[in-house]
Design a protein around this ligand. Structure first.
Ligand code: SF4
Ligand code: SF4
Length: 506
């Protein structure tokens, strides 16, 4: 018999495969991890907004002065010659990230990433102006009333103010912030400074106000490759399927499956895994026992998940952690707080959603020290030692000697030979230095003509002309010469080699 097959037309015009992203309204949640995240926001944003205003040794504590090619980081001044150490610092930051990711998963994404941190603050503003989750949904769905216009305007005003202040602060890391503030006040901001303030402000506004979870889902490259650092012993946020399923609604007061001594027994024998729960007939996520038509389920009929969806409603990326580990999960732990509060209300044990590892969920022990973490820790330790040693032993003075390019030597009327040089002295300290230039002890046939004492101001570069003289009878051809630059107490002592040229024949 022919039977009609029902068809549903899902796309009746155009060829577009684009589906608009539904707006996510994460519900506010309080809990251990929410408080930790708030603390991280205050510490990190506090550092960002306050650091440019701090002074150290007479100048801005942290300033990346690109035109002068000098970076000030508290008491340290990095010159272009020190860029090796800055590169080293970046490598240390990358290895630290790898180490903590291998150890504890996406800690960076959940608590420290600028996208997470600013999104959190923008959400606070949104809640302050538009109310809690349900009120925001209602406001967005409603008509444009006077109240809606006022609430939306207040939010936009605060968002834009914070964004512009963020852009201003960001540029304040590259231009002395007091000068920048003065330029803004007198409307004399340069074109580039104005551009970067607005650009960074706009990026903050767009990313934290509108893009939010989509940056993490679609734009962040780190989210793509960090799974390569995961293994079975990496901490992840996970829903305990064995304990939670089959999920289902129930009244408060129905005991947890863990309350059954027979079923809870394996837990007392160690391990992280809850006992298996017998499935209901036709077991599915939609199994519901709410209401009066069914008798309340017994402890071993349903798992501990009461299908309240609180974990989904608080998720800033809009995913359901019960579907397993997903690339969209930024490990913010909001779902842990939400589920713990539900478990508390139900008087069930906490931890249906928790930080755990694949190994623990499989009933095995967790290994913190394993080849991957040991290698990262060793590399990180070695780099930190090398960096600390290198920074504390950096040369306070850079000496460069350039031979005169126009003439290798000059023959003087008195029969002597002279070579001309330019000595470049870079004083990397924060004090002026009185320096003496001398020849090394074994250069008896040579002498310096002209000035040998020079003062180089703090953080300045001096180019000093220098002439070396030799009697023609004493020298022929090419000779290696050693120059010594030192200060009075010999705390600065730099040797430099160059060449002295004379005719081949005496
Ligand atoms: S919050 Fe906990 S109990 Fe509620 S749906 Fe999520 S996992 Fe289940
Ligand atoms: S599932 Fe959502 S709420 Fe839970 S940790 Fe991941 S991003 Fe946060």
């Amino acid at each position: 018999m022919n039977r009609p097959i029902p068809l549903t037309v899902v796309q009746d015009s155009g060829e577009s495969l684009y589906a608009a992203q539904p707006k996510i309204y994460p519900r506010e949640i309080d809990g251990r991890f929410a408080r930790l995240r708030i603390a991280a926001v205050f510490v990190l944003l506090g550092l960002f907004y306050l650091l440019p205003w701090m002074r150290w040794d007479g100048h801005q504590a942290v300033l990346f002065d690109l035109p002068a090619r000098k970076f000030y980081v508290f008491g340290l001044t990095f010159w272009p010659q020190d860029f090796f150490w800055l590169a080293c610092l970046l490598v240390i930051a990358a290895i630290t990230l790898f180490f903590f990711t291998a150890l504890a998963g996406r800690l960076w994404c959940g608590y420290a990433c600028p996208q997470t941190v600013w999104t959190e603050v923008f959400l606070w503003i949104e809640r302050f102006c538009e109310g809690r989750r349900n009120q925001r949904i209602k406001l967005d769905g409603g008509n444009w009333t006077r109240e809606k216009i006022l609430r939306k305007s207040a939010k936009q005003f605060l968002w834009i103010t914070l964004s512009v202040w963020t852009g201003f602060t960001f540029v304040g890391f590259f231009t002395p912030i007091l000068d920048l503030g003065h330029a803004v006040a007198t409307l004399s901001l340069s074109g580039w400074e104005g551009f970067w303030v607005l650009f960074y402000g706009f990026a903050t506004y767009g990313n934290a106000g509108y893009m939010r979870e989509q940056v993490c889902k679609y734009m962040c490259p780190y989210a793509r490759f960090q799974s390569a650092m995961f293994d079975r012993d990496t901490l992840v946020i996970s829903y305990d399927v064995t304990r939670g399923e089959p999920r289902g609604h129930r009244k408060r007061g129905v005991p947890s499956v863990l309350a059954s001594p027979a079923l809870a027994a394996p837990l007392s024998q160690g391990g992280d895994r809850a006992p298996a729960v017998p499935a209901l007939d036709g077991d599915s996520g939609s199994t519901s026992v709410t209401g009066t038509r069914r008798s309340p389920p017994s402890a071993n009929a349903l798992g501990d998940c009461i299908a309240c969806d609180a974990c989904v409603q608080v998720c800033p990326t809009g995913i359901d952690i019960r579907d397993g580990l997903q690339i969209e999960c930024i490990a913010c732990a909001a779902c842990i707080d939400a589920c713990d509060s539900v478990m508390d209300k139900m008087e069930y044990p906490r931890g249906l959603i928790r930080y755990t590892t694949e190994s623990l969920l499989a009933g095995m022990n967790r290994r913190i020290l394993r080849p991957r973490t040991a290698i990262y820790a060793t590399i990180l330790g070695a780099l930190l030692v090398a960096f600390t040693w290198g920074i504390s032993h950096r040369a306070a003075l850079i000496v460069d000697v350039l031979h005169d390019r126009n003439a290798l030597y000059r023959e003087m009327s008195d029969g002597g030979i002279e070579n001309g040089y330019t000595i470049k002295l870079v004083n990397k300290t924060d004090q002026a230095q009185q320096l003496r230039i001398a020849l090394e002890d074994d250069q008896a046939t040579l002498r310096i003509v002209g000035k040998t004492h020079v003062t180089v101001e703090a953080g300045q570069v001096a180019n000093i002309p220098l002439t070396l003289h030799a009697d023609r009878a004493d020298i022929k051809g090419r000779r290696r010469v050693g120059l010594l630059v030192r200060n009075d107490d010999d705390s600065i002592h730099v040797q430099h080699k160059s060449e002295f040229f004379a005719p081949e024949e005496k």
